[in-house]
Design a protein around this ligand. Structure first.
Ligand SMILES: Nc1nc2c(ncn2[C@@H]2O[C@H](COP(=O)(O)OP(=O)(O)OP(=O)(O)O)[C@@H](O)[C@H]2O)c(=O)[nH]1
Ligand SMILES: [Mg+2]
Length: 314
């Protein structure tokens, strides 16, 4: 049974992929050492993160990228993080995923997962799903997120290249700086460039990036696209891979891989310790300490100390 799952994944059997991914999204164990078994097959895929405000055209762009990828005889897996659907229930293809026309293609696997109600585990699950898609032999794994919560931010940091999609109305430089987009982006796309202001935003963004790029980072390219009619999308595909090559030559990709490996180990241990600590008994204790206004007489530090001290007598 275990070996069947592994074989199914490595043979790119989409039904097995679907089943295993559902288990990951529902936070169920597959079998012990599963991740150890697939690990050797997870390292080749290029991981691309695509983020930006709601409705910026991310899915439409990804749809165009998928076409370019299969036209170039490559394969792709897409994970769309959907803030509208609750985390449970493992949405199959959310309404927001517009890539349905590729459903029956062996080189394309698309899955959406909800982010709502998932406390802290979103990035872990998204990366695990990414590993399954990589192990199935997909050359490219794309993560789509709306740039909102910490969970989405963690997903988008754990990739080889982060693409930030803006629209002409996305605002001025100050707003972009405040939103933290300048720090996470390796690549900017200004979509909906059929609208006024696209050229102006591109020009001011380019000068902002030129003046701010750090010593070891490459200056992110800025590209204009009109995704719904396919304008600029072939250029986007080509530029993305050219830029990835430049990043790789500078050792940036390796550094990102090391960072995300380290972060994964760190959060696995952190989550395991937290889970072990917060037994139902201790959760009840916490509940008792904080159940009404009258009960919060002690400082948070004192309550923490009491709960931790009590553990010594367990
Ligand atoms: N005018 C114009 N409309 C576009 C363009 N690209 C996409 N759209 C439209 O914008 C709408 C939103 O596109 P999506 O691709 O769903 O955007 P998204 O960023 O994936 O949206 P969420 O996942 O909901 O955040 C759709 O109706 C698209 O057809 C564009 O370049 N110009
Ligand atoms: Mg979308």
């Amino acid at each position: 049974m275990d070996k069947d799952i592994l074989k199914g994944i490595l043979n790119n059997d989409h039904r097995t992929l679907s089943r295993v991914i559902t288990q990951i999204i529902d936070n169920k164990d597959i079998y012990s050492r599963f991740y150890q078994d697939i690990y050797p097959y997870t390292q080749k895929a290029i991981r691309i993160g695509i983020t930006g405000p709601p409705g910026a055209g991310k899915s439409t762009l990804i749809d165009q990228l998928i076409q370019a990828i299969i036209d170039n005889k490559k394969s792709v897996g897409v994970i769309a993080i959907d803030p509208t659907s609750p985390y449970t229930g493992g949405a199959l293809l959310g309404d927001r995923v517009r890539m349905n026309k590729f459903t029956w293609n062996d080189s394309v696997f698309i899955r959406s997962m909800g982010s709502r109600g998932d406390l802290g585990g979103l990035a872990k699950r998204a990366q695990d799903v990414g590993d399954i898609l990589a192990a199935s032999g997909k050359d490219i794994v794309i993560f789509e997120t709306v740039g909102v919560g910490q969970g989405e931010y963690d997903v988008i940091k754990a990739v080889d290249i982060t693409v930030v999609v803006l629209v002409p109305e996305s605002g001025d430089e100050v707003q972009l700086m405040k939103a933290g987009l300048i720090e996470i982006a390796d690549f900017f796309v200004i979509n909906k460039s059929d609208r006024p202001g696209a050229t102006r935003l591109a020009t001011s963004l380019k000068s902002l990036l030129h003046n701010n790029h750090g010593k070891f980072r490459l200056e992110p390219p800025v590209l204009n696209t009109i995704a719904n009619i396919g304008t600029g999308t072939i250029e986007l595909y080509n530029e993305l891979f050219t830029h990835l090559k430049l990043m790789d030559d500078k050792g940036i990709i390796t550094q990102k891989q090391l960072d995300r490996h380290r972060n994964r180990v760190f959060s696995l241990i952190q989550n395991k310790l937290l889970k072990e600590f917060w037994t139902s008994k201790r959760l009840v204790e916490l509940e008792q300490h904080t159940k009404d206004v009258g009960s919060i007489k002690s400082s948070a530090y004192e309550i923490a100390r009491q709960i931790m001290d009590a553990t010594k007598h367990d």
